[in-house]
Design a protein around this ligand. Structure first.
Ligand code: SF4
Length: 502
């Protein structure tokens, strides 16, 4: 689909409008131009500012459709700040026109960001009432009541689990990335390298990771900064041997400050084919609170098609084995929209999940991320259409509700099928604290290991600085000392030494 937006003469609109167009069409090419191309959908937009009022008008010629939006206009300190109001008004009319033209209602309105619940937290921090927050979200972003209800439910659960969510800035959380998996799944864009034949690389990588843990731990201890949560992800952190896991957790306890008081330590054991009794013993020995065993689907053909190389039965067996070894907080991920899957396959997956009743279930919607094998070979994979995906989402929502799970975090992705969201559900009281903290961006996260993304949050200015370790073990091994130093420099700036008492 080619869309031309006439009348704006300012390229700063292009990205915002492109993101909105992507909500309606796959592979959209949007241009801000007064030159019309044949077969393009042409939308004319203009804005008027009069006193303290801004009005945007949009018009489609064939069929004739119009939209108008008026809002208060406040002159801000910078032109850039003021321009945001133009962008919002233009987004409103552009969305309205496309909704009418396609007959599709966007339940998240003009919102294209990843973390909608952050907007609600922001209003809470400002002390805005519930009613005024609802009105603001509806008027400013055109979010529907259904989605605002969901946001309220999630924000409520998050504050129940972490009552001091807005006061965590003096602590940090830690993410540790282990970049190995038994094989690479077809939809994967994570740093994940098939482990077979890479044993030399694994030990070199782990040596670097131990160093990062030691140095970061030393700095945190010296500066008196506590850790709120620790999360081992990847890859699959249980892809390494039981001895390597044991040495890693030993390092964690020795190097990090006061691991006994850390509120939650999670280890993703995503691939069932990596779980064994000796590894479960190690997880138990170090009192790991929460693990993830991810079925993704309970249909063997699907697992084969996406390159998981494990069977449904293996997921079920490893779940029971983990329970026998005392794991009492298990998360299971399901993916909606996997190749050749529709409502009936999802229903089957939910029926099977019901027999296990893990403490939490995360429902992802498959997104065609750019680098994955599935995107490169899109023709090979038949996936459900927008309507079917929406039905599947609703089914998952009803099922979780019937089983007593509550939604506790959500995030949206670009290129997600049907413009829906990923939702984490949990039994009340079993929600992952790390997931809440990372999703709401309330605290600095220090990423250690391959592909680990750090987020340094300056609470005085709200500025978030991102820093990522390299995704491949070779580059990581070449530069881990340098990356550790850079992160400690960021931390130094954010957590200055407290003045000595005289
Ligand atoms: S198990 Fe997860 S990290 Fe590993 S290849 Fe599959 S999707 Fe990627």
């Amino acid at each position: 689909m080619t869309i031309i937006v006439k009348g704006l003469n300012d390229q700063r609109y292009e990205r915002t409008l492109q993101l909105i167009a992507n909500l309606f069409y796959e592979d959209t090419k949007l241009t801000i131009s007064d030159e019309v191309e044949e077969d393009a959908l042409v939308v004319s937009i203009k804005t008027d500012i009069e006193g303290n009022k801004i009005t945007a008008y949009a018009e489609l010629e064939d069929p004739v459709l119009t939209a108008k939006r008026s809002a208060q206009y406040i002159e801000k300190e910078t032109e850039k700040e003021s321009f945001k109001q133009n962008k919002n008004a233009v987004s409103h009319v552009f969305l309205s026109i496309l909704q009418e033209y396609t007959g599709i209602t966007q339940k998240w309105g003009v919102l294209t960001g990843i973390r909608p619940t952050k907007l609600m937290h922001k209003q809470k921090m400002l002390g805005t009432s519930v009613i005024d927050t609802r009105t603001h979200l509806k008027q400013q972003y055109l979010i529907t009541d259904e989605k605002i209800d969901l946001m309220e439910q999630i924000v409520g659960r998050q504050l129940k689990m972490i009552p001091d969510l807005y006061e965590l800035q003096d602590e940090v959380s830690i993410y540790i990335g282990i970049p190995f998996c038994p094989t690479k799944c077809a939809y994967c864009t994570f740093p994940a390298f098939a482990i077979q034949g890479k044993l030399g690389k694994v030990s070199a990588f782990l040596a670097g990771l131990h160093y990062e843990i030691q140095e970061t731990g030393r700095w945190l201890k010296e500066r008196g900064v506590k850790i709120t949560t620790i999360y081992f992800g990847g890859g699959t952190p249980t892809a390494i041997t039981a001895e390597e896991m044991d040495a890693l957790y030993d390092e964690m306890y020795r190097s990090f400050p006061d691991v006994k008081t850390v509120r939650e330590v999670t280890v993703e054991a995503g691939r069932p084919d990596t779980i064994s009794p000796d590894k479960l013993d190690v997880l138990n020995k170090w009192e790991i609170d929460r693990i993830s065993i991810n079925p993704q689907s309970y249909t063997d053909e699907t697992l084969k098609a996406i390159g998981r190389h494990h069977t449904v039965q293996e997921t079920i067996d490893k779940f029971h084995l983990s329970r026998e070894h005392g794991m009492n907080n298990i998360n299971m991920d399901l993916i909606i929209g996997l190749p050749n899957e529709g409502v009936s396959e999802l229903q089957h997956s939910l029926n099977e999940t019901e027999k296990l009743m893990p403490e939490s279930v995360t429902v992802h919607t498959l997104s065609f991320k750019r680098a994955s094998e599935m995107t490169l070979n899109r023709d090979k994979y038949k996936v459900a259409d927008r309507n079917e995906v929406e039905k599947m989402m609703n089914l998952a929502q009803e099922w979780t509700n019937d089983q007593g799970y509550v939604p506790y975090y959500l995030y949206r992705q670009k290129n997600i099928l049907g413009n829906l969201e990923n939702v984490g559900y949990a039994m009340p009281g079993e929600e992952s604290l790390y997931n809440i903290i990372i999703m709401e961006e309330v605290q600095t996260i220090v990423g250690l290991g391959c592909g680990a993304a750090s987020k340094f949050i300056d609470h005085a200015t709200g500025k978030i600085t991102h820093f990522s370790n390299p995704k491949d073990p070779k580059s990581y091994n070449d530069g881990f000392m340098d990356y550790t130093k850079k992160k400690i420099d960021y931390l130094e700036a954010l957590f200055p030494k407290k003045a000595q008492k005289s």
